[in-house]
Design a protein. Structure first.
Length: 207
């Protein structure tokens, strides 16, 4: 069955590339920016708004949207759809790892033994998730993230490009870790941290 892709931005290009590499057929893309209707992304047509996809379902789909809140909202709204879990053939996922529905693992990523990835997680290009990590629903691990062993990343957190997290740290729900940070202690839920070592930014809370 062909897969519907929700989203038609830059992130969707990487999702499309991953789907194709993994052998999936893509029906089309759906995006709420109606200026994109009738255009193509990597040769795949944008068929209409996300709401219009309802008339074609329930079916198989992937949420190709980098925003964690938006993925959560759509996953909740589109009850009954089959969310496809996609792993690029040039990623490594240990057989003991567990991947939730709708999770995508891009080229060059590594997911090590006994890792648990929740639903609609993004393990972006070249990110590595070491042994015994727990990554909850709607998390986005940006390109080049390095999680040490037994790290816990709670629901909806965004871990920025090139971040390194030492073993055993907990990153709280819906927090944001800035690009290039080195996380050596727990990150509070809803907070924004950055730097080497990562520290909370005063007056900054994630939505």
């Amino acid at each position: 069955m062909p897969v519907c892709v929700f989203g038609a931005g830059g992130h969707a290009k990487v999702v499309l590339s991953t789907l194709r590499a993994a052998g999936y057929s893509v029906e089309g893309l759906f995006d709420d920016d109606l200026r994109k209707r009738g255009s193509h992304v990597l040769g795949v047509p944008v068929l209409g708004s996300v709401a219009e996809a309802r008339g074609r379902g329930p079916g198989q789909a992937v949420l190709a949207i980098g925003d964690n809140r938006a993925r959560q909202r759509l996953a909740t709204d589109f009850v009954g759809w089959e969310w496809v879990t996609v792993v690029h053939p040039r990623a490594y996922v240990d057989p003991s790892a567990v991947l939730g529905p709708g999770t995508v693992v891009f080229a060059g990523a590594v997911v090590q033994p006994e890792v648990r990835l929740g639903a609609h997680v993004i393990v972006n290009t070249g990110a590595t998730v070491d042994h015994d990590c727990q990554v909850d629903d709607y998390v986005h691990l940006a390109p080049g993230v390095r999680l040490g062993g037994a790290v816990c990343v709670e629901e909806g957190a965004l871990v920025g490009i090139g971040t390194a997290v030492i073993p055993g740290v907990r990153i709280g729900a819906w927090s944001v870790v800035g690009a290039g940070a080195v996380v050596v202690r727990d990150v509070a839920a809803g907070s924004t941290v950055a730097g080497v070592p990562a520290r909370a930014l005063k007056g900054r809370r994630s939505a």
